[in-house]
Design a protein around this ligand. Structure first.
Ligand SMILES: [Zn+2]
Length: 88
């Protein structure tokens, strides 16, 4: 089972469920994007790449579920503020 669905069930609420669906889509995009970044480096990033979306989603997650957002480890590690976009 998709780890996000499990989380959505545990956390409950229509708003959370919609958010978690969005997160699942982002996760796939981010996974692909990371492979691209690994190959091309920083050039793969743009103003609208999944890193940017990820930071927005992370902020949204914190607003929606507070500290429980920490359970979203992939989102946290790839989108938490303060992390460099890509290593050189
Ligand atoms: Zn990026």
């Amino acid at each position: 089972m998709n780890p996000y669905s499990a989380i959505a069930q545990r956390w409950g609420g229509g708003e959370v469920r919609r958010f978690v669906e969005e997160l699942g889509t982002w996760h796939d995009e981010m996974a692909m994007h990371q492979r691209l970044v690994a190959r091309l480096g920083r050039e793969a990033c743009s103003d609208s790449c999944p890193h940017v979306t990820g930071r927005q989603l992370w902020k949204q997650a914190r607003e929606l579920v507070g500290a429980r957002a920490d359970e979203l480890t992939f989102l946290r590690t790839s989108a938490a503020p303060g992390l460099p976009l890509a290593r050189e």
